[in-house]
Design a binder for this molecule. Structure first.
Ligand SMILES: Cc1ncc(C[n+]2csc(CCOP(=O)(O)OP(=O)(O)O)c2C)c(N)n1
Ligand SMILES: [Mg+2]
Length: 283
């Protein structure tokens, strides 16, 4: 089984590496989704190096926790986290979106071991996760189901069907993690189709709600631990993140939802991230 890292500084350094990998992957691929992927680096560092019970050398280990990625367009952050956790060689990251690559533009379980669901069509991941959590409960398994989702995909009615079903079956083995970055493809979520009061909606649907700063790795891990102790209810962690976090020309801008950096922009991003790395090392 993968060894848990509890040192927050180390997890921050891994998140920094993931961000740098994502920039290099997107530069090489010349297509893909930047802002959401960069914003999720801290959460994916925490998930793959602390929260999940998994074994990168045995991806289909039956007792592993299942992590589903519903907002499949942020595949770059998932692949970067997986490569750093040793699921596959890091060089392969540069094949993102290339013909014949295992790293499809949106994750595909048949292509890459360790991927639990097909993502891409938004709004479906939570339904898949609920199905798995129902099976785990019925068979009295100890593994948990995690579903990473985005705020934008709450515009899909199917998401709310899954939210209701999770409540009906009291799925305390399910943790949903929402990237509350407030952007979607064409603008801010509150302008396109308002989600607020978001937490209250989940509470009204019977879920335990924990809101965290999605860049505070320690608090995020704490929230995941807290979710394990909730009695007979699913938990949602609403993680407030900054899209494009750490790269000022990208931060908070929905135009960076599906755009990739130019060579100059990528160089600037790597320089900024290297500076951040030094700051973390000096902490
Ligand atoms: C069912 C479906 N409708 C539309 C799309 C096109 N699409 C891809 S990403 C996206 C924006 C969704 O918002 P969010 O996931 O919050 O974006 P982010 O925060 O990552 O920028 C849309 C509409 C899709 N993939 N699936
Ligand atoms: Mg979003």
């Amino acid at each position: 089984m993968h060894k848990k890292i509890t040192n927050i500084k180390q997890l921050k350094l891994i998140a920094n590496t993931i961000r740098q990998d994502v920039i290099r992957m997107l530069l090489e691929a010349k297509s893909g989704h930047s802002a959401g992927s960069i914003g999720l680096a801290d959460i994916f560092s925490a998930l793959y190096f602390n929260v999940l019970y998994h074994d990168p050398k045995n991806p289909s280990w039956p007792d592993r926790d299942r992590l589903l990625l519903s907002n499949g367009h942020v595949a770059p952050v998932l692949y970067a986290a997986m490569a750093n956790a040793d699921y596959f060689p890091k060089e392969e990251l540069m094949t993102l979106r290339k013909l014949g690559s295992r790293l499809q533009g949106h994750p595909h379980p048949g292509s890459l071991p360790g991927i639990e669901n097909s993502g891409g069509p938004l709004g479906q991941g939570l339904s898949q996760a609920v199905g798995m959590a129902i099976v785990a409960k019925a068979e009295r398994k100890r593994w948990r189901v995690y579903c990473a989702m985005s705020d934008g995909e709450h515009d899909e009615g199917q998401t709310w069907e899954a939210i209701m079903l999770a409540n009906k079956y009291k799925l305390n083995n399910l943790t949903a993690i929402i990237d509350r970055n407030s952007i979607q493809m064409d603008g801010m979520t509150e302008d396109i189709l308002p989600l607020e009061p978001f937490a209250e909606k989940y509470r009204a649907f019977g879920w335990r709600v924990i809101e965290v700063d999605g860049h505070n790795i320690a608090k995020f891990i704490e929230a995941c631990e807290e979710a394990k102790a909730v009695y007979e209810r699913p938990t949602v962690i609403i993680a407030h993140t900054i899209p494009g976090k750490g790269i000022p020309y990208m931060e908070y801008l929905s135009e960076w939802h599906g755009k990739t950096p130019s060579k100059e922009q990528a160089d600037e991003a790597i320089t900024l991230l290297e500076e951040e790395r030094k700051r973390i090392e000096e902490e």
